[in-house]
Write a protein of this length. Sequence first.
Length: 185
Amino acid sequence: MMFRKGAAALLIALAMVPSEAPAQQAAQPAGQGCGGWAEAKPGETLDAVAARCGGDRKALVELNPQLADSAQGSLRAGEIVYLPGSGFSVLPPQGPVGQTLTLGAEGLPPNSEIQVLAGESPEGMKPMTRAETDDAGRLTAHVDVPEWAEYGKPLYLALETAGVRFGTSVFRVESRQPRHEPGPG
């Protein structure tokens, strides 16, 4: 019986929170850590919650527009927020233009189309490819470092669905050709 009361309270709380999330995700239990819905604890701030999931305040607000006006970045105890998945990896972390990268992520919406973006800055990203998450919200995608990427500069990569950015990672662009050390002459 206690489970039913807790589930009812969670559903009432979720109904009161404005959200862009699909109804199927709203039924996920609160307090499960990153990659889903969680309940704010007393004294928690946007920065602390974002850091716990490997993100920042801006990314957390993008996922939860209702938090944009939170005073001083504080959260109300019991407030329900969607937390990005903590796992977004780019392998290898550096390499030349043309290098094939493997992107991996967890904690994304299950069975969803995800757009892979890349750019010279987080604000100037362009679509690269699309991929699908599995039933558990995991993603594996492959992209090549684009020809327009500049040597010595970072290449920002992100995952996005329905206009919500779930993660940003940085790849370091190395020389276009392997470096050759001069041999003994």
